[in-house]
Design a protein around this ligand. Structure first.
Ligand SMILES: *Cc1c(COP(=O)(O)O)cnc(C)c1O
Length: 429
């Protein structure tokens, strides 16, 4: 027995005792984590546990299930696709669900964000976006430009390129020093002198920079930190002035979550590259994309294979996932999602903003279908998940915030139930 497994009380506690002990779960210390709640099925806005308890999913299963779980239109489209073509490789072949989805996304996305590179997860979309940006400069004969400016409190995924542009503390940069690429994490500029410093910084490092990556308006996973559309607009303007590429990671904010289809629309910003994921498939299956503007796509347009984007995840553009996403876009076209998000937002404002007056509450922030109550210290996730489950809700705090990101199909009564749960948590804090 080697050192690592030499703690018998820990090993015996979990392994082989409990069903599911071979399943390595995310973001938890397997030796000490409480057992997970086992979900047997999902129905609309509810998760149904094995023991029959129904939990109102207040976070849309990591912000994916925008139309609620198992929406009949999405499921029917996937079943039809399953019967004819569940999967085919995209190398040398193509298929209608991916072609149609790319065309619809190009229509839906702002400006000239017209070229859709499908991948299987958000983190990979970020990797591809970074690779596109670096190769954009290589293809134009400027090969030293391979670093990125990123921002404190950002989250862009868990693969190594994506981790390198995450918040340095949250992604444990110091822990992984030597493994991660060194980037330039800055604070998001707010005051006049900070914009000036940001601009000077880009000038100073321009020869090494490929671009700037940001989660527009809401930095979601690292505690739902907000910045204004004016800040985003000024950042975009400065990045454009310096002729750098702007990557907007809309994986959390895209598909209606902020009340507009994409958060950049609030700031009138069209990035050079956009990452989308999460809500893209309507919350049923993994699908994401890196989307290039005309300018970026053009830099790859050549008679030489060397100038091509040499990337291709095995399951990219999976037909089942594309069928789900096409069905999800049908629902966005036919259902009043922005009115629904506005209704959820106004309930959250009425119910949660007053909590900001309490002494142990740091701040309350609400935009569209995201509502965050920030406490004055980090929250013990396990304790609070348990607390919310006892109240019939599925909520999982992040860092120092209790937050809601419910499906857009959540009713006003259900939204009030979620707000009751947050209010009770703040009172019990
Ligand atoms: C979730 C998320 C990612 C990573 O997506 P995965 O599908 O989990 O790899 C990247 N960026 C943002 C902004 C996210 O919220």
């Amino acid at each position: 027995m080697d050192k690592i497994t030499s703690s018998p009380e820990l090993t015996n506690r979990r392994l082989d005792v409990q069903e599911g002990s071979h399943l390595w779960r995310p973001y938890c210390q397997m030796a000490t984590a409480a057992p997970a709640w086992i979900v047997a099925s999902a129905d609309g806005n509810y998760l149904i546990l094995e023991d029959g308890r129904r939990l109102l999913d207040g976070i849309s299963s990591w912000w994916t299930a925008c139309h609620g779980h198992r929406h009949p239109h999405i499921i029917a489209s996937m079943k039809a696709q399953l019967d004819v073509l569940p999967h085919v490789m995209l190398g040398g072949l193509s298929h209608k669900p991916a072609m149609r989805l790319a065309e619809r996304l190009a229509d839906l996305l702002p400006g000239d964000l017209d070229y859709i590179f499908f991948v299987d997860s958000g983190s990979v979309a970020v990797e591809v976006a970074m690779k596109m940006a670096v190769q954009y400069w290589m293809n134009r004969g400027q090969s030293g430009r391979n670093r990125f400016v990123s921002f404190a409190n950002s989250y862009h995924g868990d693969t190594s390129g994506a981790m390198s542009v995450c918040d340095p503390d949250d992604s444990m940069h110091s822990h992984f020093k030597g493994f991660l690429l060194e980037q330039f994490p800055l604070a998001i500029p707010a005051a006049e002198d900070e914009f000036k410093a940001f601009s000077d910084f880009l000038d100073e490092h321009r020869d090494n920079l490929a671009g700037v990556i940001i989660e527009p308006l809401i930095q979601a996973a690292c505690g739902l930190r907000f910045h204004s559309s004016e800040q985003l607009n000024r950042i975009a303007t400065i990045v454009r002035e310096k002729d750098l590429l702007l990557i907007c990671d809309e994986i959390a904010t895209g598909f209606g979550r902020t009340g507009r289809m994409f958060a950049v629309e609030w700031a009138d910003v069209v990035p050079d590259i956009m990452c989308i994921g999460k809500g893209l498939s309507g919350g049923v299956i993994s699908l994401a994309a890196a989307v290039a503007s005309q300018r970026v796509f053009d830099a790859f347009w050549s008679t030489s294979l060397e100038a091509a984007l040499m990337h291709g995840p095995t399951y990219m553009g999976n037909p089942l996932a594309c069928a789900a996403a096409n069905a999800s876009l049908d629902l966005f076209e036919r259902e009043p999602y922005s009115e629904r998000v506005a209704m959820l937002e106004s309930i959250a404002k009425e119910r949660l903003l007053p909590l900001g007056k309490l002494t142990h509450v740091e701040d309350v922030r609400i935009l569209g279908g995201f509502a965050a109550v920030q406490m004055q210290q980090n929250l013990d996730k396990e304790r609070w998940m348990q607390f919310f489950v006892e109240r019939g809700c599925w909520l999982r705090p992040t860092r120092d915030v209790f937050y809601l990101a419910p499906p857009f199909t959540t009713s006003s009564t259900e939204m009030n139930t979620l707000c009751d749960a947050i209010t009770a948590a703040v009172a019990a804090f």
